[in-house]
Design a protein around this ligand. Structure first.
Ligand SMILES: Nc1nc2c(ncn2[C@@H]2O[C@H](COP(=O)(O)OP(=O)(O)OP(=O)(O)O)[C@@H](O)[C@H]2O)c(=O)[nH]1
Length: 170
């Protein structure tokens, strides 16, 4: 595999994007860092998180980062492979906390543009369905689309996972 500064893995729910992203990272020698943006706010999320934790072995160090992604990435040791799962939940956290979404995306984009890595970022492709009938969902869909374009522009490889299959789109 060629050395990559930034890979971006996109897909729908349960499309296999996390598993594919993990396989990119574990092709590098351990230790690897896993930056989790999910917050275990209810039993269902706790179960999903437990499933993920169970399949990560001792080579992984997990950091819980619901908000300060740019800061967390900047402070990771140079050369350490990092997986960020997932950007769309980070966006949800930022919007629900009433933070300045544009400013947060700019801050993240600056760090992602730095010539570091290997980093793999996971996100949901959310905009394919009908126009949501409430304003918050429409704003979320639009921010998610712009965020994905920003990260894809900075990435040297972009992969779309469909039904568990990775398709290279950049
Ligand atoms: N807080 C926390 N979250 C975690 C941890 N491990 C995984 N997660 C979160 O679990 C979420 C993914 O959950 P899933 O429901 O399996 O994802 P999915 O999008 O439906 O499925 P795939 O497309 O197959 O990856 C990510 O947003 C991670 O942040 C952890 O150790 N701590």
């Amino acid at each position: 595999m060629s050395a990559s500064h930034l890979s971006f893995v996109l897909g729908g729910a349960r499309s296999g994007k996390s598993r594919h992203a993990e396989s990119i990272i574990t092709a590098y020698p351990a230790p690897w860092s896993y930056i989790a943006t999910a917050q275990a706010l209810d039993g269902e999320m706790q179960e999903r998180i437990a499933e993920h934790r169970a399949r990560r072995d001792d080579g992984w160090e997990t950091l819980d980062v619901p908000f300060e992604l740019a800061g967390a990435l900047s402070s990771v040791e140079t050369g350490r492979p990092v997986l960020i799962d997932c950007l769309t939940l980070w966006l949800t956290n930022v919007m629900l906390a009433d933070r300045d979404v544009e400013a947060e995306i700019r801050g993240l984009a600056e760090v992602l543009a730095s010539p570091r890595g290997p980093w793999v970022v996971v996100a949901n492709e959310v905009g394919l369905g009908i126009v949501p009938d409430n304003a918050l969902a429409r704003a979320f869909r639009d921010h998610a689309g712009r965020l994905n374009q920003t990260v894809a522009a900075a990435a040297d490889s972009v992969i779309l996972t469909v039904a568990g299959l990775p398709m290279r789109v950049k």
